[in-house]
Design a protein. Sequence first.
Length: 284
Amino acid sequence: MSVYITEAQVKQYASNIRILFQQQGSLLRSAVRTEALRGKYRFFDRLGATTARRKTTRHAATPLIDSVHSRRRAEAVDFEWADLLDPQDEIRILISPASSYVVNAAWALGRAMDSEIITAFNRDAVTGEDGGGTSVFPAGQVIAAGGTGLTIAKLREAMRMLDVNKAPTMGRYLALDPYGKEDLLSTTEVTSADFNTVRALVNGEINSFLGFQFIMIPDLLPNSGGTRSAFAWQESAMGLVLGEDIMTRVDPRVDLSMAMQVYARATFGAVRVEDEGVIQINYV
């Protein structure tokens, strides 16, 4: 195989990978707070609410309000993907398999990013100035299954909990699986234009309801013994750190008979920044 043809393939394959990643990337990446990372860890600094004091006399002493600072730590995780194409593969088949390899790489890294975010929804969050503590996901942020599916009552409860916790109304999301979507599609209130002003049930897809943008995740959300979990959150309550965004290379491997290696990698991690901004909704 000509070296010039190989170079052309490198450029073409690399371009295809970049385009496909933009089109087929993580479903949750745009729904969380994203920060750049230098090093292994990234801390999200938090500032608690304070109360102003009333001035009751003239020339009163200036009150000093103690601001409460805290931190949450996200740890970067490295992910890789690679596969090989022998030069003879291009000869023996009419359609290059490279495009399928590219799609597999893009989707694998996208699913890995979603999996990291989903795991961070309710796992223990690392806290403290140096990351020496942990914060367990509060039981009060969990809506019990109660022997029922994903119901409108549970969505209303999640909305109320976020409202009580003073979470911003903008940037609220709900991640659910196909079974939860099926539950909601059987509910009159969702399918009726009187209750869903968005009217976005084209091809059975729900776009938004009760202030939540819906994201359907096929197979990554928790399922424990038949009890499934959806998650409602406000985007600033979840943090995603990117040490290295998706990086791709397609190069010949001299050590493997000049096989073309399709390679992709990324470094990222996720953490729950604010407990009050994440709600776990269980259903059966």
